[in-house]
Design a protein around this ligand. Structure first.
Ligand code: PGA
Length: 252
């Protein structure tokens, strides 16, 4: 069966020292706990090796927030999937709406990133989601379908099975405006149905689909109680150990 997952996305926050302190705190907070979900923290590149080296890998997985769409070579400033994997990180967020909007990441570029992540043994946490005008026009299903088909649906069933999806309505990210539990369930069920149409029921049932967008301890329980919401991708509320733990506890 699919896993329940709570994943943090630190975005461009925390110096190295602050990030190490947060990872240590989270590690301590979870030391005597048995979370009912997988816990992942995705950090800026420079934190990865330190954070992966200090957390209890049996309890906390570590991931990057991006990787390059090229294998290696003359791409100044880029970080490859192989480099990410060499830090001990096991995951990589790909297709976050901020990367699509501010760094011009297209479906084609993301397809390359997904391939390279998988080839290097990383689990992509692949983000999809509509902007406000698309939601208001009732186009959210069309949008997420084209994001899925455009970057993932050429994968073999075996490769697709390695992917974690995160539905993040752009209008809910960092805005304090969360999708309602009903809105989340409705589109998660639609996403799962499109996976079933493409890869069959077993793959669809085994795919974890996380919700992201102003998810916090106070609304996580209601969101995660939906049958097709398998956890969350958490931005702001992952920056304090107590807030993040409050979301992990939504699965207790
Ligand atoms: P947020 O961000 O929780 O701060 O809304 C979620 C995300 O962008 O992954």
């Amino acid at each position: 069966m699919r896993k329940n997952i709570v994943a943090g996305n630190w975005k461009m926050n925390k110096t190295l020292q602050e990030g190490i302190a947060l990872a240590k705190e989270l590690n301590e907070v979870l030391a005597n706990e048995k979370p009912n979900c997988d816990v992942i923290i995705c950090t800026p590149f420079i934190h990865l090796a330190s954070v992966a080296g200090l957390v209890d890998a049996a309890k906390i997985g570590v991931g990057a927030e991006n990787c390059a769409d090229k294998e290696s070579g003359a791409y100044t400033g880029e970080v490859s999937a192989a480099m990410v994997a060499s830090t001990g990180a096991k995951y990589v967020i790909l297709g976050h709406s901020e990367r699509r909007a501010y760094y011009g990441e297209t479906a084609e570029i993301l397809k390359e990133k997904v391939k390279l992540a998988l080839a290097n043994g990383l689990t992509p946490i692949f983000c999809i989601g509509e902007v406000l005008e698309e939601r208001e026009a009732g186009k959210q299903n069309e949008v997420v379908y084209s994001q899925l088909a455009g970057s993932l649906y050429d994968l073999s069933a075996e490769d697709f099975s390695k992917i974690i999806l995160a539905y993040e309505p752009v209008w809910a990210i960092g805005t304090g405006k969360t999708a309602t539990a009903e809105q989340a369930q409705e589109i998660h069920a639609y996403i799962r149905k499109t996976i079933e149409d493409r890869y069959g029921k077993e793959v669809a049932e085994n795919t974890s689909i996380l919700y992201g967008g102003s998810c916090k301890a106070s609304n996580a329980k209601e969101l995660f109680a939906n049958p097709d919401v398998d956890g969350g991708l958490i931005g702001g509320a992952s920056l304090k150990a107590a807030d993040f733990k409050g979301i992990i506890d939504a699965f207790n």
